[in-house]
Write a new protein. Structure first.
Length: 737
């Protein structure tokens, strides 16, 4: 069977274009991964390129692994030398080979976020900075933004002159960079920056890497930032470049992505070809029609009308709750009913614009006994027990080329020196650090040379060093998995967890050992250093955990995923689109918010639910209304349930009694029809009595909304100038709107 047999005409056109630079505009669900991998296989199978001269760059480990698997299925053993990786992994490969030109050892250390925070803690202590005024997260973001914009610490200091707040941040930046230099270590931003400097500043190295690749492919091209694009252009000097992306799915400008890069590709590469993939294989007809109508409201885009052969009578369901309390209850009730009808929880996901919105959902799910997972919670490799185990492994790794500069081991020692407890307190640790600083060695070398603390602590530390030294000698003898398992047993780590009855943490360690075992099975020549390097680059956002649960996540986290049934939650004006983002970014920010909605809606394959709630919002400090993104969907594709959507002040609003609905959930499939009728129950409001949620007019305060009724006393939220006022419900100055 030919590689091209399963492709549509546009996909074939993209695969067969091998004589010029190529831009593929791939709409949501249009089979872009199939096109990229088929193109790679076609180039090799037709003899247009040797496998090792084809490079494919993507931005997540999940995408890279999927591409590798598909190419392997098509090519078999020939696929092993095709270069498919994330851009950071590619940069590591390049730097391991050529970073010595910049005065760094080839086996440099890669720091993760915890390592970065440890450096900042020391900086704050030495520079006497209050973490409450300068959070670690914000500081790391500040440093990263400067570095990726190629603004050095010295440049930051110069521009901050006279501004105390900026001077403090610039001083921390300078301390941080000096610490990295002292360790001969790189953070994730440095992987790109050092690669860029090598390719742009060293002609011999640039030409060497350009000669290696005849064809380059870049996936998710709409998400590249300026620095990544510079690297791609420098690499493509002697080869043909194929980029794949969708301007309508550019949702990461806040971290540097620039939609104009893919929009202006034809200007940067004159004579290139553009192919549009516009057949969607994912979503039902109504979902796709609604998403198409929505995104057409953006101006800065390449027009494409996605179509699908996946016909369905199901419409987009829009539910508007009378207040915030009822919205999550309705979502929970609908999910419970769908599960009762035979739909698996894992086939349902709830997406929201911001993390704070999950609170109400979690509460409703717990009350309804719905299993759920917050996608993007604490990452596996960031869990304390995993960091501990990997720190022990790092102590066994091969010595750095510049041994006396092995300062990165300080971070490892600080983590495990008292885990399990060895009686090492802050005072003893300060003594060790002082000795190491005086002798210009790392903390581990200090422990080898001198004893510290009380007699009991000295014995414990001597035993600790003896164990590490003994296991260093066994690195070549044992597998990594056996080595770690025996080491954790001997230092007492397993005993510590068992005594504390930390069953979950023990299971996590077992999962790590399983992960190491899989690595060794798949990388027969890979050793400890290679495994630790892989872990440094691994992003848990790509982990595919298995289980029967509904997934809750932000829309940004959902990018690249798809589900049979998707709920897009709290689609209220000001929440989504985000009021603050639009205020700061104007029209471009609004267009990105709309692209975010487009991404959210097109995650759904069979059924899309959109919900919002009415009432007063304390976050927005105003009455909530249905988002413009809902109003931009054609009415013929929408099924309205619940309260009447409030686009502005309206009267006679109906309500959905979510808690009554939840209490009446079916206990077997035969009751399913009854449940679906229940979810549009309408409770008529009495005209002669104020109720919670009523819109009112006051002779002085103007328009407001009733947020609570106690006896005859109404709590009413008016405009920001007046706030919440308590007024007798029967007062003549007050009337329903």
């Amino acid at each position: 069977m030919s590689l091209l047999d399963n492709l549509n005409e546009n996909q074939k056109e993209a695969v067969l274009c091998t004589d010029r630079h190529l831009r593929i505009i791939a709409g949501a669900g249009s089979g872009k991964t199939r096109v990229i991998t088929t193109r790679i296989a076609y180039l090799i199978q037709e003899g247009l390129a040797y496998p090792n001269r084809v490079l494919a760059i993507t931005f997540t480990n999940k995408a890279a692994n999927e591409m590798k698997e598909r190419v392997q299925q098509m090519l078999g053993p020939m696929s092993t030398t095709v270069q498919i990786s994330t851009i950071h992994s590619f940069c590591v490969r390049l730097l391991r080979e050529d970073i010595h030109e910049l005065g760094y050892p080839r086996n440099f250390t890669i720091l993760d976020s915890d390592d970065q925070k440890s450096i900042l803690k020391k900086a704050y202590k030495e520079l006497q900075i209050d973490v409450k005024a300068y959070s670690y997260g914000a500081m790391i973001g500040y440093i990263s933004n400067n570095k990726t914009a190629l603004i050095t610490a010295e440049m930051a200091k110069k521009s901050a002159s006279g501004w105390s707040y900026e001077e403090t941040r610039a001083n921390v930046y300078a301390y941080y960079e000096a610490a990295l230099k002292d360790m001969m270590a790189l953070d994730f931003d440095d992987l790109l920056i050092f690669t860029y400097h090598l390719l742009s500043g060293n002609e011999a190295i640039r030409e060497k890497w350009q000669r290696r690749f005849s064809f380059l492919h870049v996936d998710e091209f709409q998400d590249v930032d300026a620095l990544q694009y510079h690297i791609v252009k420098l690499l493509s000097g002697k080869g043909l470049l194929c980029v794949v992306g969708d301007p309508d799915q550019t949702i990461y400008t806040w971290r540097g992505a620039q939609v104009d890069i893919i929009m202006n590709f034809e200007k940067d590469f004159p004579g290139c070809k553009t192919v549009v993939l516009n057949e969607n294989y994912r979503s039902a007809a109504a979902i796709l029609a609604g998403a198409n109508a929505l995104i057409k409201n953006n101006r800065n885009r390449i027009d494409k009308d996605l179509f699908t052969r996946n016909q369905s009578d199901a419409k987009i369901v829009h539910f508007s709750a009378m207040d915030e309390a009822n919205e999550p209850v309705w979502v929970a009730a609908r999910i419970k009913a769908m599960h009762t009808s035979g739909i698996a929880y894992r086939d349902m996901a709830v997406l929201y614009r911001s993390n704070f919105l999950s609170r109400g959902l979690e509460k409703a799910f717990l009350e309804a006994n719905i299993p759920y997972r917050i996608y993007g919670g604490i990452r596996f490799y960031d869990r304390a027990e995993i960091k501990d185990a990997l720190s022990y492994l790092r102590l066994l790794a091969a010595k750095n080329e510049i041994d006396e500069k092995e300062m990165w081991k300080n971070l490892v020692i600080q983590r495990v020196i008292n885990t399990p407890k060895r009686g090492v307190g802050a005072k003893t640790l300060e003594q060790i650090e002082a000795y190491a600083s005086l002798n210009q060695i790392n903390l581990y070398e200090a422990l080898k040379q001198e004893t510290f603390g009380t007699a009991k602590v000295k014995r414990a530390l001597c035993e600790f060093v003896d164990i590490i030294e003994r296991y260093r000698e066994l690195v070549k003898e044992y597998s990594i998995m056996t080595l770690l398992q025996k080491l954790l047993e001997e230092v007492g780590y397993f005993d510590m967890l068992q005594e504390s009855k930390e069953i979950e943490r023990l299971e996590n360690i077992k999962e790590l050992l399983h992960d190491i075992d899989q690595f060794e099975q798949n990388n027969h020549e890979g050793g400890l250093d290679e495994y630790l390097q892989m872990i440094s680059l691994y992003s848990d956002a790509n982990q595919q955990e298995r289980g029967e649960f509904v997934q809750l996540m932000t829309i940004h986290a959902a990018k690249g995923l798809e589900f049979d049934n998707v709920f897009v939650y709290n689609v209220c004006e000001g929440i989504f689109p985000n009021e603050r983002s639009i205020a700061e970014g104007g029209q471009p920010a609004l267009e990105e918010e709309r692209r975010l909605a487009y991404v959210a809606f097109t995650r759904a394959k069979k059924q899309l639910f959109i919900s919002d709630s009415q009432g007063y919002s304390y976050v927005l400090d105003k009455i909530k209304t249905t988002s413009r993104f809902v109003r931009e969907l054609p009415e013929e594709y929408i099924e309205e349930v619940g309260a009447k959507p409030r686009n502005a002040f309206s009267s006679d609003t109906d309500t959905f009694n979510g808690r009554d609905f939840l209490s009446q959930l079916p206990i077997n499939d035969n009751e399913q029809d009854r449940v679906y009728k229940e979810d549009t129950v309408k409770v008529k409001k009495k005209k002669d009595k104020l109720c919670k949620g009523d819109l009112v007019i006051h002779s002085v305060f103007g328009e407001g909304i009733v947020i609570a009724i106690t006896d005859d006393l109404a709590s009413i939220a008016f405009d920001k100038r007046y706030g919440i006022r308590k007024i007798m419900a029967s007062h003549p100055s007050l009337s329903k709107k």
